[in-house]
Design a protein. Structure first.
Ligand SMILES: NC(=O)c1ccc[n+]([C@@H]2O[C@H](COP(=O)([O-])OP(=O)(O)OC[C@H]3O[C@@H](n4cnc5c(N)ncnc54)[C@H](OP(=O)(O)O)[C@@H]3O)[C@@H](O)[C@H]2O)c1
Length: 489
């Protein structure tokens, strides 16, 4: 059976029956696996001939393994005997790889057997710690081992925080990555489909720059499906991975090399990350939050930025400008200058909008569920905070701008809106930072009363473009990235 020697993607198969394992192998092949690991310890069978049938009928090059520690077979002696017997059978049938625990490989009887068989390659495994890793920083030794080992090494950690040990393994010299079947998710293991369609690890090498979203939780991130294809589209040698980070300071103390070149910063680290930067862009400093950190190539310093601000404000400005050009044929410096911007929310997105609007000369009125938070932000931008309950009655003038930067209307509460349809009549333009769903109830109702609407998806695209430019030093394939985002929402 043909087998390539470069990086391989393997799917581990744990099945109760031989038939099920053969069927799963076919699916793994269709989803892009190069190799299947046949976990014989998971099988129930009455005679060795069934295992022989499995190996003979395999449709993918295979690793035959039998894990002693997880087997259900009762006595130690029985378990080891079964293991030795089946692994020998695999050698006799010239399977591509046999994997065995260090304990089994060091048995005299097995060592002799292995020595006399040259067709099958041997993988010796050692489970240093069977528990999941507790922190992403625990993975640093895995990368050190991979970089320094003189022989082919498969080294990885399991659990959701272990994911980057798989995705970044090939950069540090790893020869094999595990991927799960699409309907059998395993925490910390990428799916075969994501490896083939999103990460494309065959393009990763020692020079690949690592980027990622540091956040907790991190599973929802659309970043990988956007940035990875964009890197390839522009010919930039980079990979973007989700990084589940608990302690942002410890993360930056641990991953200090220039390989880790840039980061998107998500909930709940946007504020704490400011303190981890060597330099912070003045706007991000005033906002008090960074959503992007880049390791400057010239001196390795961490520089923090906030691309949320420009993304949301420029999306609003462009929509107003378009309207003005259509109406009057005249473009003003900032169409927000002198306008009243009513802001709902005083969290990260709210702060970015408030500082951006202030910088454009708008008058900022803030409504937030937690009034004290609204008051503090209003003070910082020389604006005004009003009680949240009075939002619907606040109609001092017509033609105002409304910006929702609260989580109201976000899935699963997509039937909610922060403002009544009637109150929306006072606004010329309504912006919603919420982007799941794309067309929120607030935007639908605003459109119905004749306001210009700007979706959070537009902000999302623009902040991602801003990040991509900072990551790559200028490149950003706008049309390509727009298309990718619009396909995802
Ligand atoms: N489009 C984009 O690119 C983009 C970027 C960033 C954020 N966002 C979206 O913007 C929204 C806010 O994100 P964030 O990062 O600013 O989050 P955040 O820092 O956690 O702030 C959440 C804000 O929502 C308010 N809020 C939450 N639940 C509420 C409820 N049931 N009723 C009233 N107010 C409520 C909070 O009010 P309290 O202060 O009273 O808790 C706070 O003002 C989210 O929907 C997020 O997905 C979009």
């Amino acid at each position: 059976m043909a087998f390539k020697n470069s990086l391989s993607v393997c799917t581990p198969l744990e099945c109760e029956s031989v038939g099920e394992m053969l069927a799963s192998m076919k699916r793994a092949e269709a989803e892009g696996a190069d190799l299947a690991e046949l976990r014989l310890d998971s099988l129930s069978f009455s005679h060795d001939s069934e295992v022989e049938k499995l190996i003979k009928h395999r449709t993918l090059p295979s690793i035959v393994s039998f894990r002693l520690k997880t087997s259900g077979i009762s006595s130690n002696r029985d378990r080891k005997n079964t293991c030795l017997q089946l692994l020998r059978l695999a050698f006799d049938l010239n399977v591509e790889f046999v994997e065995m625990d260090y304990e089994v490989a060091s048995e005299d009887v097995m060592a002799e057997y292995v020595y006399n068989r040259s067709n099958t390659k041997l993988i010796v495994s050692s489970y240093v710690n069977v528990l999941d890793v507790e922190k992403i920083t625990d993975l640093a030794p895995v990368f050190t081992m991979l970089s320094h080992c003189q022989m082919p090494l498969i080294a990885l950690a399991v659990g959701s925080r272990g994911l980057i040990s798989q995705l970044l393994g090939p950069k540090f010299g790893g020869v094999l990555v595990y991927g799960s079947l699409s309907d059998k998710a395993v925490p910390g293991m990428p799916t075969l489909l994501s490896l083939r369609q999103v990460y494309k690890l065959e393009y990763i090498n020692a020079d690949t720059k690592v980027f990622g979203l540091i956040s907790n939780p991190v599973g929802h991130s659309k970043g990988p499906i956007l940035h990875n294809p964009a890197f390839r589209h522009t010919g930039y040698n980079g990979i973007y991975v989700p990084m589940q980070v608990d302690d942002v300071k410890e993360f930056f103390w641990t991953y200090t090399s220039s390989d880790f070149a840039g980061f998107s910063v998500g909930i709940p680290h946007k504020e704490a990350a400011v303190g981890c930067c060597d330099e912070v862009h003045p706007l991000a400093k005033s906002i008090g939050a960074v959503n992007t950190i880049v390791r400057r190539p010239t001196d390795g310093k961490l520089v923090g930025y906030n691309t949320d601000c420009d993304a949301s404000i420029s999306a609003i400005e462009d929509a107003l400008t378009e309207r003005r050009i259509t109406q009057k044929g005249v473009v003003e410096a900032s169409p927000l200058a002198g306008k009243t911007l009513v802001l709902i929310g005083a969290g990260g997105a709210g702060r970015a909008l408030a500082f951006g609007a202030k910088s454009r000369g708008a008058r900022v009125i803030i409504f937030n569920r937690d009034y004290e938070r609204a008051r503090a932000l209003a003070k910082a931008v020389s604006g005004e905070a009003l009680p949240y309950e009075s939002l619907d009655r606040f109609r001092p003038e017509n033609g105002m701008i409304l910006a929702n930067a609260s989580a109201i209307g976000m899935e699963p509460n997509s039937d909610q809106s922060p403002v009544s349809k009637e109150a929306l009549k006072a606004y010329e333009l309504v912006f919603d930072a919420v982007y799941t769903p794309r067309n929120t109830r607030l935007l639908q109702e605003a459109k119905e009363v004749g306001a210009v609407v700007v979706s959070g998806v537009e902000m999302f695209i623009r902040q991602a473009l801003g990040q991509f430019r900072l990551f790559t030093g200028g490149l950003a394939p706008e049309a390509f990235m727009r298309k990718l985002v619009l396909e995802q929402f």
